[in-house]
Design a protein around this ligand. Structure first.
Ligand code: DAT
Ligand code: MG
Length: 150
């Protein structure tokens, strides 16, 4: 089992694509274990994108991700990281495969709709950056008698 952090970025929220994006992860079989609408602080944005700190686009990236509310979603599933990244599509939307979120809805790298963690380790770290343990419901598909709804 892996966890991955999804962010429905400001461009996707402003275009009313949150439901469409959630639907694609759900129908893939990934489980929503946490979800919240929030406006990301500069401090959290700089931590989240710390690996890109030296890149020329870092300032614009932080300005953008903090500019308006985003929907943060914690997903869980086997191979959740790579499955979610395939569903999201390549970083440059112009090169993303049709059928992926970026390939169906995006064109500009600076407005590429969705974030998804890039490794199992980073998935754990990023989910913990955005959610307290008490806000996560791991294993919710198992009911009180142990039935599993897959
Ligand atoms: P991804 O979001 O696919 O994991 P990434 O981690 O390489 O991509 O980069 C994080 C975000 O930074 C990306 O979604 C958009 C922005 N970005 C990446 N490369 C860029 C570039 N060359 N110019 C402008 N923005 C860029
Ligand atoms: Mg990345």
């Amino acid at each position: 089992m892996e966890r991955t952090l999804i962010l429905v970025k400001p461009d996707a929220m402003q275009r009313g694509l949150a439901g469409e994006i959630i639907k694609r992860f759900e129908q893939r079989g990934l489980k929503i274990i946490g979800m919240k609408l929030l406006q990301i602080s500069r401090e959290l944005a700089e931590r989240h994108y710390a690996v890109h700190r030296e890149r020329p686009f870092f300032g614009a990236l932080v300005d953008y991700i903090t500019s308006a509310p985003v929907l943060a979603i914690a997903l869980e599933g086997s191979d959740a990281v790579s499955a979610a990244r395939m569903t999201i599509g390549a970083t440059k939307p112009a090169e993303a495969a049709p059928g992926s979120i970026r390939g169906d809805y995006g064109l500009e790298i600076g407005r590429n709709l969705v974030h998804g963690s890039d490794s199992g380790e980073n998935g754990e770290i990023e989910v913990a950056n955005f959610f307290a343990a008490s806000e996560l419901r791991s294993g919710w598909s198992r009911d009180v008698d142990g039935w599993v709804f897959e």
